[in-house]
Design a binder for this molecule. Structure first.
Ligand code: AMP
Length: 400
């Protein structure tokens, strides 16, 4: 792996990287930066945690900075679309940090906060706009944003974008982009609908692919605990007594579940909060900040709200409920063991979740070790369940 000097990035970017403490590009940066700097389209298969933000942000900044053009009123030259407000905020934060010494203006436009300051900023002119689809369409409809000067378009986390039902919004936005433009699409997974979208948006793309799911989870110590549903809360609270769990991100399947788990934990005297789609943007941001600074030890989240969360030092990911989409398991546990650190992922699995476990193990191509080292271990595999074929997990669970 080379250092960043070899890419030919402008000096202010190199200085910013130095002060961020980045010495070497990550594999996705290694693969993506050069083609993007050569104005090529790119299909990036990479998940959060791989350094994908810098992989598209650095070339975007370089190209716009060396282009030497002024920011136009209402017409950004670089557009980055992200599925969630949190992710958009994080991308904008990175862009801001990398462009501190560049004569480029950038902004973020997301829903859940007042639209007026966003209008005003756009009307003054920015080079780079980071946005979520809904708010961007609102701004366009009201005449405060036009995409006709976009030179570089980045679609981040395309799989999540489609999962969240943004396909029509993305298509509407794409239809407003100039034909002559550069496009990069990033996605953690490549299901058929993402492939179709990539085919539509990209022209002769270079493929940059890092760590497919089976290998991204390698650094993470995984375990599954078979536990009856009505004992999950007790088990969780007992586990949290272990001080080794310094910073835990807990996943629940529903908003209601996330609230309930967070409330019960708080009642035991442990600082916790929940984030999910029913909370205001402000409340979500506050909870995230508290988690980041360590004033709460536990954050309970739903899949969608947790998407793109980039918090350093999460020691444990706990799946209070197993996700029904196996890809979400990979996304969830990828929140720990970042930047080369160790991490632990613990999954609770009640009887009727065992088919989810089976699907997850298929996707990660691993059998997750079963830990019986707790008082609520439920030995019996599910009875009376249709399709109850043997799975590696159930095999493991047999009495020796
Ligand atoms: P991302 O996948 O873009 O969410 O980035 C994951 C984390 O890696 C972020 O905290 C980045 O600040 C960090 N990061 C990105 N690139 C590098 C690099 N080349 N060296 C060290 N850390 C990096």
């Amino acid at each position: 792996m080379s250092d960043f000097q070899g890419f030919g990035l402008v000096k202010p970017i190199l200085r910013a990287l130095k002060s961020a403490g980045y010495t070497h590009p990550t594999p996705i940066q290694d693969q993506a930066i050069t083609p993007l700097m050569e104005h090529k389209d790119l299909l990036g298969i990479a998940q959060t945690g791989t350094g994908k933000t810098a992989a598209f942000a650095l070339p975007t900044l370089h190209l716009l900075a060396t282009g030497g053009k002024k920011a136009l009123r209402r017409e950004p030259r670089g557009l980055i679309l992200a599925p969630t407000r949190e992710l958009a905020g994080q991308i904008a934060g990175s862009i801001h940090a990398y462009s501190e010494d560049l004569p480029l203006r950038s902004m973020v436009a997301v829903g859940g906060v007042s639209i007026r300051p966003q209008m005003q900023k756009l009307n003054r002119g920015v080079h780079i706009l980071v946005a979520t689809p809904g708010r961007l369409l609102d701004l366009m409809k009201q005449g405060h944003a036009s995409l006709r000067s976009v030179q570089i378009f980045i679609l981040d986390e395309a799989d999540r974008m489609l999962d969240m039902g943004f396909i029509h919004d993305v298509k509407k936005i794409a239809a407003q982009l100039p034909d002559r433009r550069q496009t990069a699409l990033f996605s953690a997974t490549m299901p058929k609908n993402v492939k179709l979208l990539a085919d539509k948006l990209l022209t002769k793309p270079v493929l940059a692919e890092v760590t497919p799911p089976a290998t991204t989870v390698e650094k993470i110590e995984q375990q599954v605990l078979f536990v009856p549903q009505n004992k999950k809360m007790q088990l969780l609270i007992e586990m949290l007594g272990d001080k080794k769990i310094q910073r835990a991100l807990i996943f629940a399947r529903t908003k209601y579940g996330a609230n309930r788990v967070s409330e019960k934990i708080t009642k035991t005297g442990i600082n916790a909060d929940a984030i999910h789609g029913n909370k205001s943007q402000n409340a979500r941001q506050k909870a995230l900040d508290k988690f980041r600074t360590g004033s709460i030890r536990v954050l309970v989240a739903t899949d969608i709200a947790a998407r793109g969360i980039d918090v350093e030092g999460i020691t444990h990911v706990i799946n209070f409920d197993l996700p029904n989409e196996p890809e979400n398991y990979v996304h969830r546990i990828g929140r720990t063991a970042r930047a080369g650190r160790q991490g632990v992922a613990i999954s609770f699995c009640q009887a009727n979740e065992r088919h989810y476990l089976k699907n997850i193990e298929k996707v990660i191509r691993q059998t997750i070790p079963v830990s019986k080292n707790h008082p609520y271990h439920e030995e019996q595999p599910v009875k009376n369940e249709a399709n109850n074929k043997k799975s590696p997990a159930l095999e493991n669970n047999k009495v020796k």
